[in-house]
Design a protein around this ligand. Structure first.
Ligand SMILES: [Zn+2]
Length: 432
């Protein structure tokens, strides 16, 4: 993140009146000699413990033993970071310019949500806000790049977002009626925690949309390497806040192709997508293949699923159950076998170019049925598949991908040790 210029900080320290800020937070100040005294809002103050020294533009509470300048006040008052306090103050300069505004409150950045919107709209608006945030968040963009997900169309196509704690900054303060109401509603929809913090804080946000464009599920992936013990890296909306149906990510794929690659995680699915294999969707984790998936496969006439779960104990363990469900729905199952221990993303990031290495993996997918494998007729070049799948708009070209499947299926393909590798191109970040 870019540094805040020193002169900018100095300017705010000098130009924003602490006296006005404190008053705008609802504290009544009384003149006492050279200072002003008021009741401190940060503790249960029976007597005026808060001192504002206007000549120095500083405040101090004798009971709390805290104080500072205008930025410190905003940090404490609004529970925000230094950066966000600066952002707030910068956007609020009229407050300091006009001392005449008696009952002014620290004016917020414009709220990204419409307060009387219904729950579905509210979710959509927050997803939209996260989407805009991602586009200007270097740390989130760097994360996508580190995972090989820096395809120019990915962010907009799937409305990817980033939750970076700024949502709360844009809402009225929680001790105001409008502020507490909107926060309660955002809690109900699962976007804020009971503590008031953003549920997906610090996460890349991947929304799942239904056919009408409603958000049915949200996946969050923490992008920071340093997490407190016990902090989950992967998040979905809390159960009680979800829509009745979690839906299926990338329905356009189901509409466009009767052969679908199914990953266990959305990051893996996006990996295939970025490499040109756009007939892909994802379960919500190894135990997250839902009735919604089956229903959608049936509805769109999915004939074949290439299971691309991780090649590890979790992925391997989940496959038999998955195959049973898919087979019962009349769907042919193949397994894309990554090298042992790897998932799709790791494989694609390590074995470049991803379009080629994933293409090999797809061609070598192993038939999982009990009888002989069905014939997979048609072309052989992965280029052809890529070409077809890049025309990813649902064009009802339903047969094309099936025909395009290479006929090189064999029952025993073993590992992918022989993939054309450029293993020397291992990601220097080593992120997982
Ligand atoms: Zn105090």
């Amino acid at each position: 993140m870019a540094r805040i210029p020193e002169n900018e900080i100095e300017r705010l320290k000098n130009e924003v009146s602490v006296e006005r800020l404190v008053e705008s937070s609802g504290v009544t100040l009384k003149k006492s000699g050279k200072n002003f005294l008021g009741k401190c809002p940060f503790h249960d103050d029976a007597e005026p413990s808060l001192v504002v020294t206007s000549s120095k533009n500083l405040w101090h509470c004798f009971a709390c033993q805290i104080g500072g300048g205008p930025i410190d006040w905003v940090i404490k008052m609004h529970g925000v970071s230094f950066r966000h306090a600066v952002e707030l103050l910068k956007s609020d300069l009229p407050l300091t310019a006009s001392r005449a505004v008696k009952d002014g409150t620290v004016r917020k950045l414009p709220p990204p949500v419409v307060f009387d919107a219904d729950d579905a709209s509210l979710r959509l608006q927050v997803v939209g806000y996260y989407h805009e945030t991602l586009k200007t968040a270097p740390e989130a963009l760097a994360y996508l790049k580190s995972r090989g997900l820096d395809h120019p169309e990915l962010i907009d196509t799937f409305k990817l977002g980033f939750a970076n704690r700024t949502l709360g900054l844009r809402l009225p303060h929680k001790n105001r009626v409008a502020g507490s109401q909107i926060r309660a509603r955002l809690q109900k929809t699962g976007l804020l925690r009971d503590t008031g913090h953003e549920y997906f804080n610090g996460s890349l946000v991947v929304p799942v949309f239904d056919e009408s464009g409603n958000v049915t599920e949200i996946y969050g992936r923490k992008i920071t390497g340093k997490l407190r013990d016990g902090t989950p890296k992967h998040l979905y909306l809390p159960k009680e806040c979800r829509a009745a149906s979690r839906g299926v990510w990338n329905l356009a794929a189901l509409a466009a192709s009767r052969e679908i690659i199914l990953t266990e995680a959305l990051i893996d699915a996006m990996t295939f997508w970025c490499a040109g294999y756009r007939n892909v969707t994802s379960s919500y984790g190894t135990s997250g293949f839902t009735d919604d998936h089956i229903a959608a496969f049936k509805k769109y006439g999915t004939q074949r699923v290439l299971i691309a779960y991780d090649r590890d104990a979790g992925g391997d363990g989940a496959v038999p159950d998955l195959v049973e469900k898919l087979t019962a729905a009349g769907i042919e199952c193949f397994r894309i076998q990554f090298p042992k221990g790897m998932d799709a993303n790791e494989y694609a990031v390590k074995v470049l170019p991803a379009a080629k290495s994933l293409g090999v993996a797809i061609r070598k997918a192993v038939w999982l049925g009990k009888s002989l494998p069905p014939a997979r007729t048609g072309g052989k070049a992965p280029e052809r598949e890529i070409e077809i799948r890049e025309a990813h708009a649902p064009q009802a070209k339903q047969d094309a991908p099936l025909e395009a499947m290479p006929a090189t299926m064999s029952v025993d393909t073993g590992s992918l040790a022989d993939v054309p590798a450029r293993i020397d191109s291992v990601s220097p970040l080593g992120l997982t």
